[in-house]
Design a protein around this ligand. Structure first.
Ligand code: SF4
Ligand code: SF4
Length: 724
């Protein structure tokens, strides 16, 4: 017994010191980031939400289980390790007493059964993981593998480590059965089987018991050390990352810029003193640093990223890993106590500290500019990440620094930004054009002049694309016609409406966003706006979820939600059949960012004759059109065009029409369909329309509805070239 005790405790002390030092180092590195008082404040304010996510996401494995097979394997392994905490207590207890049993429950047969059941469950889990890794080996599958770029060697080591934990556990328990030291009379079925195999060894079971108890502890302690040095750190810190994640998630609104934990006031801010976005890794908040350390390298984000899927250099996983590797390599510099200490650091560390966070190969940048600017902010990465990493916040932070401090961003976006500043819309068409879309309507659309009248129920926020882009204008007209025919009193701001600032904010120009947002909030407040219906999901997201950050609080609804309600209430009745196969494309900022999935589908279901066809990638797993995050105004030079990839998928459903609920999607998908028609890959009659246009066709008499939905008078138009 003395040998057991001495070796067991010695191993524990050594492992505790090594793992403890590493955890202390990680803690200090995390603290070198910026403060994030809002995360602590949110948790203090809503502790129940924090507790709920621990129960659902951590213990319930909610996000992991969205991928059924790997999710089930992970859940088995995770729950198995929770249950096996009991066996670790038993192994330590056995160091001191041959007949150790956990107080009260330690001899109950069902406890032994559950322990063995989960031990076997863990084995099933790791075998499943091994099969998944073999079938998706990045050496064979290349970019198609979600493990491409991950540290696969470490993953195999961990699988081996877990196997050894279970193997040593079952062997020492089997030997204990033969020596009479096992606390469970029956129930521990797997241990009994192993005991049966070991029984012929007779007295040797005593030695086997001692050896494998010590091996069990050695493997667990080695595993614990390895965890602190590898991606498996997530075992310890994922619950903390989930606890401090944005609620309900990192989608929807972007967060205001902060410096030293305080929201930046542009009038007071000093670029020499304040932090302007993420210009170096220590500009990340401690929550950002925690994100880096928590990544499990599972590649779920990468597998859903439209930029990665179309051959671009951006992978959300690699962004996190590149930042993490850089932070770890720069850590001695960040943790050094003085300039002298920093000067004494090895050359490699000082060189790492000098690396620009964004830069091409010549500049030895941590992240290539093409990675940074390929992101459409579609949110697929945030949606998928099982440990609540907030990729979009980090990408936006780096863009903010590049735009506001370095003035380094794709040249095409400069024109768009100038137009926003000078004319209030991305195309630079000016306020006078904002009412052209209503010129040939057979009813008058009230334009707010001063206060919104008491009889006006909704302010219709038309948006720049809806007011100025030809194809989007047709959707705008359809919405206005539907509201009018349903007897909804609405008005528009007309020339007083300006861009919400979404494209500027998403590409990192918080200054222009703030200017436009304040201007719009002033206009809306002066007009007394309360209820707003927005046709553009980007406007919808910005007004509903970002303007409150600047004091603009309104009740905002998307036009598909309002139209679905009007149909359900019988105020709009689709009558004319549209006998077509129609596939609906989920706009990212309507669907994934704001969870509006059912309203557009409900509208389509109510139109007689429509045969809805879902694409494989739909709803939460929808695939971007390529326009978000101001990408609409930037050239897509690398890889396949994202809109072409989406249309290829849509064509797989053999549609007569592709519907959507966003003017950006309408334009992007329309461009891709036009190209497909040009190459003979799509039928000439294929159209891309807003669901409002479908509904408008269906409330018209059959003869009028028979005309193509895209037909109709158009005002002066910026065509696709104008977007450049
Ligand atoms: S937001 Fe979309 S495009 Fe950007 S990194 Fe995430 S998945 Fe890729
Ligand atoms: S960021 Fe999240 S989804 Fe992506 S690899 Fe890391 S843990 Fe997986």
């Amino acid at each position: 017994m003395a040998v057991r005790i001495i070796i067991g405790l010695a191993l524990t002390v050594v492992a505790g010191v090594i793992a403890g030092r590493r955890l202390w180092w990680l803690f200090r590195l995390g603290r070198s980031g910026q403060p994030a008082p809002e995360r602590i404040g949110a948790l203090r304010e809503h502790p129940a939400q924090g507790a709920e996510t621990q129960v659902t996401e951590v213990i319930g494995q909610r996000k992991l289980l969205q991928w059924s097979v790997p999710g089930a394997a992970h859940a088995l392994t995770f729950w198995g390790f929770l249950v096996l905490l009991l066996t670790i207590i038993e192994a330590y207890g056995a160091l001191f007493s041959k007949h150790f049993a956990i107080v009260l429950i330690g001899t109950w047969a069902w406890v032994g059964f559950v322990e063995d059941l989960f031990a076997v469950g863990v084995l099933v889990g790791i075998i499943t993981f091994a099969i998944i890794r073999l079938s998706s080996d990045p050496r064979r599958e290349g970019r198609r593998s979600r493990f491409s770029g991950s540290h696969t060697g470490a993953a195999w080591l961990v699988l081996l480590g877990i196997f050894l934990v279970i193997a040593t556990l079952l062997i020492y328990r089997g030997a204990q059965i033969n020596t009479g030291d096992f606390p469970y009379p029956h129930g521990a079925f797997a241990s009994q089987i192993v005991g049966h195999w070991l029984h012929p060894l007779g007295a040797a079971n005593k030695g086997i018991e001692t050896t494998f108890i010590l091996l069990q502890l050695a493997v667990i302690l080695a595993f614990a050390i390895f965890v602190t040095y590898s991606k498996h750190l997530h075992i310890a810190i994922a619950p903390i990352n989930v606890l401090f994640a944005r609620r309900p998630n990192g989608l929807g609104p972007l967060q205001p810029m902060r410096s030293n934990g305080k929201v930046l006031d542009f009038e007071q801010a000093d670029p020499d003193e304040d932090v302007f976005g993420i210009g170096k890794v220590e500009d990340l908040s401690w929550k950002g640093m925690l994100d880096l350390a928590t990544c499990t390298e599972c590649g779920r984000c990468q597998s859903q990223c439209p930029a990665w899927a179309t051959g671009k250099p951006l992978s959300p996983k690699m962004i996190i890993l590149e930042l993490r590797d850089h932070a770890f390599a720069k850590a001695p510099y960040l943790l050094a106590g003085s300039a002298d200490e920093r000067a004494a650091l090895p050359e490699a560390v000082r060189a790492e500290a000098e690396r620009p966070i964004i830069g091409d190969a010549d500049a030895h940048g941590v992240i290539h500019p093409d990675e940074l600017w390929s992101c459409t902010n579609c949110g697929a990465c945030v949606e998928e990440c099982p440990v609540d990493i907030e990729h979009i916040d980090h990408i936006t932070g780096m863009r903010r620094y590049q735009v506001l401090v370095e003035s380094a961003f794709p040249a095409e976006a400069a024109t768009m930004l100038k137009n926003l500043e000078n004319k209030g819309d991305p195309w630079g068409m000016g306020e006078s054009k904002r009412t052209d879309w209503m010129s040939d309507l057979d009813f008058e659309v009230p334009v707010v002049d001063g206060k919104i009248g008491d009889d006006v129920e909704y302010l219709f926020w038309v948006g720049c694309a809806g007011a100025l882009e030809d194809r989007a204008k047709k959707a705008t007209k359809a919405i206005a016609q539907l509201l009018h025919s349903a007897g909804v009193n609405f008005a528009v701001l007309g020339p007083a409406e300006a861009c919400t600032g979404d494209p500027a904010r998403r590409m990192g120009n918080e200054f222009v966003f703030s200017m436009l947002a304040q201007q719009n909030i002033e206009t809306l407040n002066e007009a007394g706006a309360r209820k707003i219906v927005a046709s553009c999901p980007h406007c919808f997201n910005t007004i509903a979820r970002e303007y409150p950050q600047l004091g603009g609080d309104y009740e905002v609804i998307h036009h598909t939600q309002l139209l679905a309600r009007l149909v359900a209430d019988g105020r709009i009745t689709p009558v004319t059949p549209i006998e077509e196969r129609i596939t609906y494309h989920d706009p990212c900022f309507l669907g994934r960012h704001n969870r509006v999935f059912t309203a557009p589908r409900e509208i389509m279901e109510q139109v007689p004759g429509v045969q809805p066809q879902e694409m494989h990638r739909c709803k939460e797993r929808g695939f971007c059109c390529g326009a978000g995050s101001a990408r609409m105004w930037m050239e897509e030079r690398i890889g396949k065009r994202i809109n072409t990839e989406r249309i290829d998928e849509a064509l797989g459903t053999n549609p007569d029409t592709i519907s959507t609920g966003c003017p950006f999607c309408l334009v992007m998908l329309g461009d891709a369909v036009a190209a497909k028609k040009g190459s003979g890959e799509a039928k000439e009659t294929l159209e891309v329309v807003d669901v409002a246009q479908l509904l408008a066709r269906s409330i018209q008499p059959a003869a009028v509805a028979a005309a193509p939905a895209s037909d109709g008078p158009a005002g002066p138009v910026p065509d696709s070239e104008d977007r450049e």
